[in-house]
Design a protein. Structure first.
Length: 215
């Protein structure tokens, strides 16, 4: 009801005002014709482009416009290294790295030190993992997510820590792609939220899905 009232009370655009004006003129002309009252049209009226003519022209333009396909070459080749796949979906960049003798998939990450902010750590970690050709924008200064896990008993003594806290920042992809030259990263992929389950643990997947929303 509120939406209906807002529409009824809203101001008309110039095009809508022209349509209303033309409807009134057409109605008045029809009434005169029914009464047998003729009216000569001026050359200006005959040559004028009405709002309905414009709408017909616009509709023809829209119908003539070729709608490009969302299926890209990356989709056809199933190239998961290209960010130009699954254009109607959100993609998450994951990287493969050797950790404690195991190849695991994770987000690009790095270690925090007290000399920089968490956001600066995230920006530097992304460059160190993926190179400088990947352009992105990190939203805000505060992390968007937090993931915690305990280290294996065999690793706790060497690392002098019980567990690890991972502060997660959400970044928007701008341009470029990952450059693995001279990097410790073994591989990388751009995956959908559904594909994440094939590479990361259920707990980490749930943490990501809490703030990587898809509508």
């Amino acid at each position: 009801m509120c939406s209906k009232i807002d529409v009824e009370n809203s101001l008309l655009s110039v095009h809508e005002e022209k349509i209303e004006s033309e409807k009134k003129k057409m109605k008045a002309k029809k009434e005169k014709e029914e009464k047998g009252v003729g009216e000569e049209q001026s050359s200006k009226d005959l040559s004028a482009v009405t709002a309905f003519d414009k709408e017909d022209h616009w509709e023809k333009e829209v119908n003539a416009y070729p709608i490009p396909s969302r299926i890209t070459e990356a989709d056809k080749k199933n190239d998961m290294k290209s960010p130009k796949r699954k254009l109607d979906r959100k993609l998450v960049l994951i990287v493969q790295e050797m950790v404690n003798g195991k190849e695991i998939w994770k987000l690009p990450d790095g270690y925090y030190n007290n000399e920089e902010t968490l956001k600066e750590t995230a920006e530097n970690a992304l460059q160190q993992c993926c190179g400088t050709t990947l352009k992105s924008y990190i939203f805000g200064n505060a992390p968007h997510g937090l993931f915690k896990y305990k280290l294996p008993v065999s690793v706790r003594e060497t690392e002098n820590a019980e567990g690890v806290k991972i502060f997660i920042y959400r970044a928007e992809f701008k341009d470029g792609n990952v450059d693995l030259k001279d990097k410790e990263i073994l591989d990388y992929k751009w995956v959908t939220l559904e594909e994440l389950s094939e590479y990361v643990t259920p707990q980490f997947e749930k943490t990501l899905k809490d703030f990587v929303l898809e509508f």
